[in-house]
Ligand binder design. Sequence first.
Ligand SMILES: *[C@@H]1O[C@H](CO)[C@@H](O)[C@H](O)[C@H]1NC(C)=O
Ligand SMILES: *[C@@H]1O[C@H](CO)[C@@H](O)[C@H](O)[C@H]1NC(C)=O
Ligand SMILES: *[C@@H]1O[C@H](CO)[C@@H](O)[C@H](O)[C@H]1NC(C)=O
Ligand SMILES: *[C@@H]1O[C@H](CO)[C@@H](O)[C@H](O)[C@H]1NC(C)=O
Length: 594
Amino acid sequence: MRYHSLVAALSLGSTALALHDQQFPVSTTGEACVRPLNIANLNNDGSHSFILGLKSEQWRLEEGPIENTTGNLIFDTVHSLLQRWPNTRYRNGHNIVPGVIPTGTLLYHGTVSHTIPSGPFWAATDPEHSLVFALGYGSGWQLTLAAMRPLKVLYFDGNSAAKVSEGTMDTQDIIAWGEVQPERYRDDQSRIKDLCRWGQEFGIDGFVRMEMDFEVMLCDVTAGVEVVSFLHVRVSWKDRIPYPGVPSTPSNPALDSDIWNRTFESMHSGSWHNRYPGDSRIVLDLAGLVSLYDIALAPSLVPVRAGLERWDHRVLGISSEDISQVKRKLAEVISRPDPSSGIDWKTLTHVIVDRYADRLEFMQHLLNFTSSDSQELLQRAMLMQNQLRVVFAPYILNATVVPSADTPGLPPLQWASPMFRLCATTHTTAMINHVPLMTPSERLLLKAIEDTTREICRVTTKMWAVGVMSGLDVLFPLELNEEELDVAQIMNDWRQDTQKLMSWLDWSIWIKCRPACGPEEMCYIPTWPIDGPEPWPPHQSPRDPAEVKNLADLVEHPPEGSASADGFFFIRIPTEEWRKPQPKCIRRLLPYES
Ligand SMILES: *[C@@H]1O[C@H](CO)[C@@H](O)[C@H](O)[C@H]1NC(C)=O
Ligand SMILES: *[C@@H]1O[C@H](CO)[C@@H](O)[C@H](O)[C@H]1NC(C)=O
Ligand SMILES: *[C@@H]1O[C@H](CO)[C@@H](O)[C@H](O)[C@H]1NC(C)=O
Ligand SMILES: *[C@@H]1O[C@H](CO)[C@@H](O)[C@H](O)[C@H]1NC(C)=O
């Protein structure tokens, strides 16, 4: 097998290999302390000795992830790409990923007039979303387009179409303008024009972002799409709402009375893409991933993030050298001719999340237990040990020897290192053969997966081994002095370990409405524009409605004191709830409130 992939690597030509060799350090420098798999060793030893020949100092159960490591964040943001839920929770995107929108995909554009837009314009992936902008005052226009060929797009993750100054636009700004310009957060027309101008050289058709739902900023309506229909649709029929404090004039008309109803429905269609696989109409090329969490690519962000909670991570503060490096890298990934290794990274991250998310959550539940009855507590601890053993079953070797607790000279849990190692490397060992074929982005992904599985396996191996040493495991019966067994202490340590691991992983799959919402409700995370720092619906600026091409055109400064006006639906949630949005059930039917 190794011979095979080596031949494959060579057949790519020496230039490809040289390129990879040269680029290899890009994704790994700066993180030297978290060891990637030792490739040189593998080539000499053969894979069996690689797995079983223990370099035990590398597999200490006591050593957690180093400070500033971002493998967990790269893993989680990559697993979350194109999913609404995690990207609503953490609004500030850190990834830029090339992709395509396949031939035949429909896109929708809601507008006030029967005019095909010229120049860059906004299109939604779901019609409910575009209808919010069919602001024809009673009736509006809905343009449906179809991709005639695969559209080449670039995706900005996070809540990247939310017009707020707090970091959602940062990654777009550095590409469009070469720097973050927070004060221009509403200047979407210029942003998209400049993005399209930048992308022209690379044949980029548009940019994928997310607000209430996913959207594509298409650069040119004449390129790659055809009109399916352009319909005059009835959206509301009476009672327009004048914006408080602003007289309605023909150029500054009142708002449709059901603007909020439509906004809610766009949230609802967005919720179809809440979880994996997200909005699959955009097909990403993860081998071209550019991550601002890549410490080697954007080292200047490491001190910027120091001490901040994840909510507050953003790209503002990045150095101009790093911006140049990001733009160079992006140009390289979009125009790279070489294929990738063929590894399905999206599925791989999901396999890992699938396997551990539910188990860890269940353990958290089992550990959420106290009892003054020692037998009850012991029973619970044994149930927990059973769960741990289920996780480990694929790695528990028959040859495992559990030493008696007081073996001198070795850390007490060192005997479990082979299991730790097997668990930690199981998903990536075979990939080592493909490293020469990997793009630098793929190596970054490999590293993120290694870091993440390593920590999951380190913590769970340790928990399992403690249980074995305490005689709780039926597969390894030990003679124990029951008086010395402090079950409550073991449960406490397990609880802390689980908690710490889960917050390090920080997977959004664990963020849900508890109890689950009823059939007339939807689980919702506060988001722009409804809960944003500014009122919604927005005040319209005096202008020809025909010019309203996208949402940004509608968003202007609200009149003074309008925030509390009746008849306008925006939930003034406390700042802290906006900063750290938590899920809640809201009604899917009128009135929509929670
Ligand atoms: C929109 O919602 C309002 C209540 O907020 C309701 O009175 C009205 O009938 C709804 N309009 C439509 C078209 O459903
Ligand atoms: C983490 O980053 C901070 C800020 O740059 C730095 O002071 C600290 O030394 C870093 N820690 C490690 C282990 O590199
Ligand atoms: C632990 O159980 C209590 C009571 O059942 C519950 O309210 C709490 O949310 C649980 N905590 C976790 C972390 O599951
Ligand atoms: C499996 O382990 C047990 C316990 O150490 C041992 O008795 C048995 O011989 C082992 N089986 C094999 C096939 O090595």
